[in-house]
Write a protein that binds this ligand. Structure first.
Ligand SMILES: NC(=O)C[C@H](N)C(=O)O
Length: 366
């Protein structure tokens, strides 16, 4: 039967209060589907994968979620897959799924900011939007998508940018690709995606990549500690366009000399990492061996590094692949010229830099 598969993994969308009032993932896929509003006009199958807050996920759990999506897509009758997920680490699992996504059918991640037990929970609406999008031909070829509060985002570059608001996600360097409103889908733009990695990129067990922050007065303590703990990769969350100081520069040279791959990201909300400054700035850190990761922020840079290290033990090749794939992200704002999904330009684009607008072929009644 032609259908959408909903993979349930937990998060606030599935949460109810425990005896202390603390939200705990409790609902399974059937309970989520039972709360759906309106007529979705497409059969839906629920599958339980995990039932946890996403802050509890390990890289191995994230790989299991992605493998479950691939298993669902092995059935040609499946139109698309929805993953319900906690929002804390949604950007990580969605990006991992995108890195290995090799199917034109969409995988759509969603969740909620208000628990399933809340009178004003946003979960059922987000889930209905995700199912509509997953069944929509306009979503084909976009890779892995995130739909939240009516906005559609590419997995890559999208982050949780509000702790509580229903509009929890944004893509600071590109904006949304489209929207779902009143059961109707409008896609406005498309990202250029790099070639997908093979399934071995999901063999994350035993691969350690840490994130280390740099700040005024930081020293080499944390960098040396994660290397001693067995990290094969480190993401440095630097200041500004990717700057630190001479102590961090020396630690990066030491770590890369020992075969640890160091990615250079930033704590700043938007914009790319760029080699601009000396004295321990980006010019020096890159010279010492750090790889600038463009507009990727630490959580997704870590996922990319995990995936690359899972498929290759050679740090030089991994660093080269990291550089290549981070650069591919620099093409994020190019206008799509792929017309096989039938784009029809209009003046209603959400982002003038990425103007491709389609009609609304996917409608649901509600
Ligand atoms: N809104 C949410 O889903 C947050 C929750 N802490 C989680 O990530 O599971």
């Amino acid at each position: 039967m032609r259908r959408v598969v909903v993979l349930s993994t937990g998060g606030t969308i599935a949460s109810r209060p425990d005896s202390r009032g603390a939200a705990i993932a409790a609902d399974d896929a059937n309970a989520l589907l039972a709360q759906l509003p309106g007529d979705l006009r497409v059969p839906v199958e629920g599958v339980d994968v995990l039932r946890v807050g996403s802050y509890l996920l390990t890289p191995g759990d994230m790989a299991e979620i992605v493998r479950s999506a691939h298993e669902a897509l092995a059935d040609p009758d499946v139109l698309g897959v929805v993953v319900t997920h906690g929002t804390d680490a949604l950007e990580e699992t969605a990006f991992l799924a995108d890195l290995v996504h090799h199917d034109r059918r969409p995988v759509v991640f969603t969740g909620a900011q208000r628990a399933a037990s809340a009178g004003d929970t946003d979960g059922p609406r987000n889930l209905a939007d995700a199912i509509t999008l997953a069944a929509c031909p306009e979503a084909a070829g976009h890779g892995v998508l995130i739909v939240f509060d009516g906005q559609v985002f590419a997995a890559r570059g999208t982050r949780k940018t509000h702790t509580l608001a229903p509009a929890a996600f944004s893509a600071p360097d590109g904006g949304p690709l489209g929207r779902v409103r009143n059961g109707s889908v409008r896609m406005a733009a498309r990202l250029l995606r790099s070639a997908p990695l093979g399934p071995e990129a999901l063999d994350l067990d035993g691969v350690r990549v840490d994130i280390v922050a740099s700040y005024p007065g930081t020293d080499a303590t944390a960098l040396d500690a994660v290397a001693a703990a067995g990290a094969r990769g480190v993401v440095l969350e630097a200041t500004g366009a990717g700057n630190a100081n001479p102590a961090v520069r020396a630690a990066i040279a030491r770590l890369t000399g020992e075969g640890v791959v160091v990615a250079l990201s930033t704590r700043v909300h938007a914009g790319p990492v760029t080699a601009l400054y000396g004295g321990g700035g980006g010019v020096d850190l890159i010279e010492a061996g750090a790889v600038p990761v463009g507009t990727l922020r630490s959580p997704q840079a870590r996922v990319l590094l995990l995936a690359l290290l899972a498929r290759d033990r050679d740090p030089r090749r991994v660093a080269a692949a990291l550089r290549r794939m981070a650069e591919a992200g620099a093409a994020d704002t190019e206008v799509d010229t792929d017309t096989d999904h039938g784009p029809r330009p209009t003046s209603a684009s959400t982002d003038p830099a990425r103007t491709v607008m389609s009609a609304q072929p996917c409608e649901r009644k509600n």
